[in-house]
Write a protein that binds this ligand. Structure first.
Ligand code: FES
Length: 163
């Protein structure tokens, strides 16, 4: 499952740490697998664990701790809406519900056309901008009113020629 080319990328990450601290490269290895396969399967976790000489459960703990690692295939656009308390107090949950209705999926699901996966997320460190969300683990969106959510979804659809 993990190819020689992938292993070579792992080697480059591990080389950044002292030999006895190879497992410090676990996040980098998980990111490489996700970049190449779209998600991190339990088989991939097991192979990474073997490669780094650490328990598979310890790798799984990292995968499950961070929102950015996908444990199953996701849509083209992963929408993570913050629902932690400060955002809850300022319509975070409302934004998530609005997107559920708009996209026709429940939290954690992917739309039938494979375009959107909707998830909740932990604090994104921008509580004053609530409701906030992250698109594909990279692009932070602030003050997401229903109107702005409409614009975001329309813009992402248009970028895929599905306006
Ligand atoms: S609680 Fe939502 S960004 Fe902090």
């Amino acid at each position: 499952m993990i190819t020689d080319a992938t292993r070579a990328r792992f080697d480059r990450e591990v080389a950044k740490y002292p030999p006895e601290q190879a497992q410090s490269a676990v996040m980098a290895c998980l990111s490489i697998v996700q970049q190449e396969q779209g998600f991190v399967s339990t088989d991939a976790e097991r192979e990474i664990a073997e490669y780094l000489g650490m328990p598979a459960m310890a790798v799984h703990e990292v995968t499950t701790f961070y929102n950015m690692y996908n444990q199953r295939p996701v849509g083209k656009f992963k929408l993570n809406v913050c629902t932690n308390l400060p955002c809850q107090l300022r319509d975070g949950q409302k934004a998530l519900h609005y997107l559920e209705g708009k996209l026709g999926v429940h939290m954690g699901e992917t739309t039938a056309d494979g375009l959107f996966t909707l998830q909740q997320s932990e604090c994104l460190g921008a509580c004053a901008d609530a409701p906030v969300m992250l698109v594909n683990d990279r692009h932070m969106c602030s003050f997401m009113s229903n109107e702005k959510l409409d614009q975001l979804v329309a813009g992402l659809k248009a970028s895929e020629g599905r306006a």
